[in-house]
Design a protein around this ligand. Structure first.
Ligand code: PXP
Length: 239
């Protein structure tokens, strides 16, 4: 199972002081040493952390999978077609949110999302849709022609007790339905050293996309070790 490491919050620290350090590219290089299979950058419309130049630098210097997370807007589609990441993950974006709060609204956003998929996949870059663990969202993702989906694990991560068991069951069901319909299925959001194992144990998942917890633990143990530890937990659970 692949581990994609999201280094946005390295840029969050840098932008807090408009400094030149810490550099997301250096963090990405160390994540590669720790065993990351991919690097994710979310270029937000408000540029609150990752900047355009970060995307260009990481694209040039990093050989592993670059996953560009973005909203399905004209500006972002143009950037994706210029930079040519290895994959694009379409996410909903609200200016006031602290992080991506939920999956895409595939009903309201249907036309925009379909247009983005056609433009980006039409140029040979696979598109993943970040969706809630719902069967209807899996079905719409398939209808829209996306190659991949990423199931939002945030609710699973943030609940406790019986609700957590129910959320895990929803994630598993969505993964099964996605695989059965021929989609490649990833998962992510809110995963950390304590809760990753049950998600990593789900059969057929292609990869996990993890940011905050790895960057947070990097403050204590360094990013290379934090990635190594996450990779170890994923490997023991997925075999
Ligand atoms: N996947 C997607 C689509 C996201 O938007 C994010 C957050 O940027 C993540 C995964 C990683 O979530 P977290 O930072 O909670 O690990």
């Amino acid at each position: 199972m692949l581990l994609g490491v999201n280094v946005d919050h390295v840029a969050t620290v840098r932008e807090a002081r408009r400094e030149i350090e810490p550099d997301p590219l250096t963090a990405a290089e160390l994540a590669v040493r720790g065993g990351a299979d991919g690097i994710t950058l979310h270029l937000r419309e408000d540029r609150r952390h990752i900047q355009d130049k970060d995307v260009i630098k990481v694209r040039r210097k990093i050989a592993i999978e670059l996953n560009l997370e973005m909203a399905a807007t004209k500006e972002m589609i143009n950037i994706a077609l210029r930079v040519r990441p290895d994959m694009v993950t379409l996410v909903p974006e609200k200016r006031a949110e602290l992080t991506t709060e939920g999956g895409l609204d595939l009903i309201q956003g249907r036309r925009k999302i379909k247009h983005a998929i056609d433009m980006i996949q039409g140029r040979g870059i696979p598109v993943s849709l970040f969706i809630n663990p719902s069967i209807s969202d899996i079905e719409i993702s398939k209808e829209l022609g996306a190659q991949m989906v990423e199931i939002h694990t945030g609710l699973y991560a943030n609940t406790k007790g019986r609700k957590k068991t129910e959320e895990l069951a929803r994630v598993k069901k969505a993964v099964r339905r996605g695989l059965a319909s021929g989609l490649q299925v990833n998962a992510g959001h809110g995963l950390n050293f304590s809760n990753v194992t049950k998600i990593a144990a789900i059969k057929g998942l292609r990869g996990l996309y993890i940011g905050h917890s790895i960057i947070a633990n990097s403050i204590y143990i360094g990013i290379e070790k934090a990635v190594k530890e996450m990779k170890r937990l994923i490997n023991i659970s997925s075999t």
